[in-house]
Design a binder for this molecule. Sequence first.
Ligand code: SF4
Length: 223
Amino acid sequence: MKDKRAATVLQILRETFTMPTWTKAKRDPFETLIVTIISQNTADRNTSRAFERLSKRFEIKPEVLANAETSHIEDALKAAGLYRSKSKTIKQVSRIILEKFHGSVQPILSLPLGEARKVFIQMPGVGPKTADVVLLFSTGKPTIPVDTHVNRVSKRLGFAPANGDYEAVRTRLQSLYEQRDYLAVHVLLIAHGRRYCKARRPLCAQCPVNMHCPSRGICNDNA
Ligand code: SF4
């Protein structure tokens, strides 16, 4: 155990939320990359709808998407926000993978974690969160993607510096937990942020980890 309070919080979150079944299987890395690009600033339901439409129209493979008409990708992605720029990103990323990596994400995934992250982040429209999601969910590489919920909840719990940027939050969280827990930390902090530790009015009174949180009652709610 690396940090007692962090371990206690994780244990309570494990008892509060069920880990989704999809977390138990490794996901196809290219599909994960495409879904994560679509999901940027987009609700889960709209991400699923957009990905489903894209999958019906195209085989989700770099050689197919690299050569698809941008307008056809846009049409499939209309359920997602910023669908024009995401369509452009999907096409560009597919072309890079096709031309530089022989049409497969595998050579990138075989690199050491730091190098693989760098390769993904250098692709247009791919940020560190997208890179970390692909690496964690497709290969189990030891990294914790920091989305808006993970960022907010970690800071309120005092697990990351209040003014920390993406890397500060990620590395601090990783220092608190064992690698085998990274996926659970990511998934459960998101679940907690959605149900209790909401952005505007966190439900501190009902929060299952409020006894372990230095920010309890921050929004003067009924805590
Ligand atoms: S006590 Fe409030 S601020 Fe702390 S984790 Fe729970 S909901 Fe978030």
